[in-house]
Design a protein around this ligand. Structure first.
Ligand code: UD1
Ligand code: CA
Length: 456
């Protein structure tokens, strides 16, 4: 079965009150339209079209990486008119699948179920049972429960308005039939629009059967029309991610308070995640990793038994096994830590490697550096890597001990097992095994008197 999927995405989305086209609003950092696209990728022998309109150039540019054909609908004259724009791309033998770009959480399984119900003599229609069907087209059935037609809310009479079965807008049908019916659509209705839904009545008149099915959950077919619905679907999506993680063996202290905006390339077992942790991009997390509250973990590679304490930010960094990071640590891009490394509070590391067993425990900035193994970097140590124009490298040999509050002015090399006295400003390479310090000699003034306030 050759499938042509047409994703309708030309609507204005006025109720978003946004300068951004609606389908570019995001769930989990991914555009609504991209969610729909990725779901339809699960179907085999499928060619995807997107009908765009209002602000469409931005949509095309932003999502240029999607493997779809873009079709412009210059004026939004209705869902039927939108599908008409794609008509030249449809072969008679195709199965055409209609999706909405603003219904992001639809599952591939639901589409696969729907596609089992379509043939040359039957239409497959996805419907939804709603407590409050306001705004939806109603599915009108005869006394034998066969579908007769869809009536839009604004065209419905009183007996039709009480119908609780709504049209999701998602359907699949034969290409040749679709082309015939589209040619016959009129806009003679309450909204003066070309309704795609009118083809249902035509199909029934032509002797076709309308098969219906429903999604597993209502949230799958909910559309986004305003920011409140967007927020609702974000939560639905996140809870699904949380359930999935728990199924895979991750402990979540509170599945309601975790956000996954991206994917896990690798995920071990017995990972523990405390509240308010955000995962972004592509993460690899090995077994027995513990992540404390309020951490942001982005494009990270975290080996087993790593412990990340609360309020830490890991951004494009790799952390070796048994290392301990934070609380309040920040690892910036191109940071690679080996095993058993300790990074403590208020330490920022950028574009640096730190070898096995080294400790940078308090209030430091380490940038553009190569730190050896078993190095101890004292509190307040700063690598001065930047002269305002160029960046320079700091190399710290194995076993070096950097006294607190030192500045290492790059480019500079600290020798193996070198000791740097506290408070030093190091501007030249220091020899291995020796103590180096640069410090003004301490003096005491014996008869000095502190100024005194005069009594008035
Ligand atoms: C449509 C259905 C209704 C269904 C409801 C489900 C019709 C006539 N009505 O109504 O039965 O219950 O969806 O949400 O089909 N679009 C275009 N071009 C247009 C008009 C719409 O691309 O000219 C796109 C929109 O971007 C959106 C989708 O089609 O993704 C649905 O349009 P919308 O205006 O939301 O349709 P409803 O009136 O809600
Ligand atoms: Ca809608």
């Amino acid at each position: 079965m050759s499938i042509k999927t047409i994703i309708l995405a030309a609507g204005q989305g006025t109720r978003m009150r946004s300068s951004r086209p609606k389908v570019l609003h995001e769930i989990a950092n991914k555009a609504l339209l991209q969610h729909v696209y990725e779901t339809s990728l699960a179907l085999t022998d499928n060619t995807i079209f997107v009908v765009y309109g209002h602000g469409g150039e931005v949509v095309k540019q932003t999502l240029a990486n999607l493997n779809v054909s873009w079709i412009e609908q210059k004026q939004q004259l209705g869902t039927g008119h939108a599908v008409q724009q794609a008509i030249n791309y449809i072969e008679n033998t195709d199965t055409v699948l209609i999706l909405y770009g603003d219904v992001p959480l639809l599952k591939a399984q639901t589409l696969q179920n729907l596609l089992t119900l379509v043939s040359e003599t039957s239409i497959a229609l996805l419907t939804v049972e709603l407590d409050d069907p306001t705004g939806y087209g109603r599915i009108v059935r005869d006394k034998n429960h066969a579908v007769l037609k869809i009536v839009e809310q604004k065209d419905a009479n009183e007996s039709e308005l009480v119908i609780k079965e709504g049209n999701t807008g998602i359907l699949a049908l034969n290409g040749q039939r679709l082309k015939q019916w589209l040619a016959r659509l009129s806009n003679n209705n309450a909204q003066n629009e070309y309704y795609l839904t009118d083809i249902i009545e035509m199909a029934v008149a032509d002797g076709l059967i309308v098969n219906t099915t429903q999604a597993l959950s209502q949230d799958e077919v909910l559309g986004v029309n305003n920011r409140s619905q967007l927020a609702h679907l974000e939560r639905v999506y996140q809870l699904e991610q949380a359930e999935n993680l728990m199924r895979l063996g991750v402990t979540l202290r509170d599945p309601q308070r975790i956000d996954v905006r991206g994917e896990f390339i690798e995920l071990g077992q017995d990972i523990e995640v405390d509240v308010n942790v955000i995962f972004e991009g592509s993460n690899r997390i090995a077994s027995h990793v513990k992540i404390g509250a309020n951490c942001i973990i982005k494009n990270a590679n975290i080996a087993e038994y790593v412990e990340i304490l609360p309020n830490s930010i890991i951004d494009d960094a790799s952390i070796g096994a048994y290392s301990r990071i934070g609380p309040f640590a920040r690892l910036r891009p191109e940071t690679t830590l080996a095993e058993h490394v300790h990074i403590g509070n208020f330490v920022e590391i950028k574009k640096s490697t730190v070898a096995t067993g080294s400790k940078i425990n308090h209030l430091s900035y380490i940038g553009d550096s190569e730190v050896g193994s078993k190095v101890n970097i004292g509190a307040g140590t700063i690598t001065c890597n930047y002269d305002g124009v160029n960046k320079f490298k700091t190399v710290i040999g194995d076993g070096a001990f950097i006294g607190s509050d030192s500045q290492l002015v790059a480019p500079v090399v600290i020798g193996k097992n070198a000791t740097i006295g506290a408070g030093s400003t190091i501007t030249k390479d220091t020899p291995a095994e020796q103590l180096t310090l640069s410090r003004v000699k301490q003096v005491s003034v014996a008869n000095w008197q502190r100024p005194q306030k005069q009594e008035k």
